[in-house]
Design a protein. Structure first.
Length: 435
């Protein structure tokens, strides 16, 4: 078999064509036996590609590209892949390295369109967070969309960034991104600039626009979007927020896991930044929403049977600017079969299905996952302990009773809160699924 001596050359190109290439990169392109690129890019460099060279359009054929390269190299051919800008910045290079190995490719980067956009706007970009929706048509954003939505990673980046650059696609366009921010009640917090058709005769820089204005405009493709906060994001404690921070059912306030119990329950859930969490019986949403803030790369799936309480939980989601939280209005366990397996489960209300829910949650928990439950009655505590024993779970119970100071004339007294049992469990080795 022919020994592959020539690596695949991945050359970054821009819309100024030959003018944007070094003499070395241009020589490599002209000497190539196989040139792979998007249709538009192949056309842009048509006069520089040898008449004897094979040309392949990668549009819609990305999985086949490594096979094309391997076959050409095994036949002794020299291969060039034309990629936009810097091929290692949300480009094809990392994909090809994964398929061909680091020694199988040689990369000649160009300016990234991100750099060009920031240069046009006079923006230092060392602090820019980068997002990409350069993909298939993912559809419009809706409240509670799950991680499989193509705009979900971008929204997560925007929540944590003051300045974000976004690589777009014709369908996942600047106006669609703006509408996502409007749906999430973030329109007043950001402004958008769009760099269109960089290095073309039709280049245009749409300077900083209000999100509502951008949501109703169309922008020429290709483009890159820059989003910046109009003011610093509000700073709040990561968890243990005051009870008053959450909307609650009125006039009978109180359908909320109190601050002290919430803090201990969240601690016992052993959350990680990417944890998948179930919140069963969400009530006002306090536990699940604080869990979402503690798991910025994870997601919380919540369910609440009471329609009024579900609406309150959604209002708290909006108030806390949380996006990695999906609420289902329904009665558990119906609907849980569609959720991914959790790293942690919180049960704040069971709707009379406690035994079934405990068995289900223990079956679905990922290895090392934690089930945390709050009970105010002896009957529910007893039912939970019996169910845990039957499932051969590892469990423990903590009784928590807090007292808060209350003013009385010019002094203060302590007023006790209702005692709560916090039951924590994980699946035991002797459980039915491990037999």
């Amino acid at each position: 078999m022919f020994e592959m001596t020539h690596p695949c050359r991945i050359i970054g190109v821009l819309d100024n064509g030959v003018a944007g290439l070094t003499p070395e990169a241009l020589a490599q392109l002209r000497a190539a036996d196989l040139v792979i690129g998007a249709r538009r890019t192949l056309a842009l460099f048509a006069d520089e590609i040898s008449a004897d060279a094979e040309r392949r359009d990668l549009t819609g054929h990305l999985p086949q590209v490594p096979l094309w390269i391997k076959a050409a190299r095994e036949a002794g051919g020299q291969v060039v892949v034309l990629a936009t800008g810097d091929p290692l910045c949300h480009g094809i290079a990392s994909f090809l390295i994964g398929k061909l190995g680091r020694e199988g490719v040689a990369i000649t980067p160009n300016l990234s369109t991100l750099q060009l956009a920031c240069a046009r706007l006079g923006l230092p970009w060392q602090a820019v967070r980068i997002g990409s929706v350069h993909n298939r048509d993912v559809g419009e954003w809706s409240i509670g969309a799950t991680p499989d939505h193509g705009l979900y990673p971008l929204l997560s980046v925007l929540r944590q960034s003051d300045l974000t650059a976004v690589f777009t696609s014709p369908e996942n366009s600047p106006d669609r991104i703006a509408r996502m921010l409007r749906v999430e009640s973030l329109a007043d917090e950001f402004e958008m600039a769009v760099a269109e058709c960089l290095l073309r005769d039709s280049e245009r820089i749409s300077d900083w626009l209000a999100i509502d204005e951008a949501a109703g405009r169309r922008f020429a493709d290709p483009n890159i979007v820059l989003l910046r906060r109009r003011r610093p994001a509000a700073r709040e404690a990561m968890f243990g927020l005051p009870d008053e921070r959450f909307n609650q059912r009125k006039p009978d306030k109180g359908l909320i896991t109190k601050r002290e119990v919430r803090a201990v329950s969240l601690a016992r859930m052993a959350l990680l930044p990417d944890s998948i969490v179930w919140d069963i019986g969400a009530g006002s949403g306090a536990v699940g929403l604080e869990a979402a803030r503690l798991c910025p790369r994870g997601h919380v799936y919540a369910i609440e049977k009471n329609e009024a309480d579900a609406a309150i939980a959604l209002s708290n989601r909006a108030s806390l600017r949380v996006s990695n939280y999906t609420l289902l209005h329904g009665r558990a366990p119906v609907g849980l079969e569609n959720w991914p397996d959790p790293d942690a489960v919180f049960i704040g209300g069971s709707g009379g299905e406690l035994r079934e829910l405990i068995a289900l949650c223990l079956r679905r928990l990922r290895p090392g996952g934690q089930l945390v439950m709050n009970f105010a009655t002896l009957e529910n505590l007893s039912t939970a302990v019996e169910a845990l024993k039957a499932a051969c779970a590892q469990w423990d119970v903590l009784q928590l009773q807090a007292a808060r100071s209350k003013p009385i004339l010019d002094m203060h007294r302590m007023q006790a809160e209702n005692p709560i049992w916090i039951v924590c469990a994980e699946r035991g080795e002797g459980g039915p699924d491990n037999a």
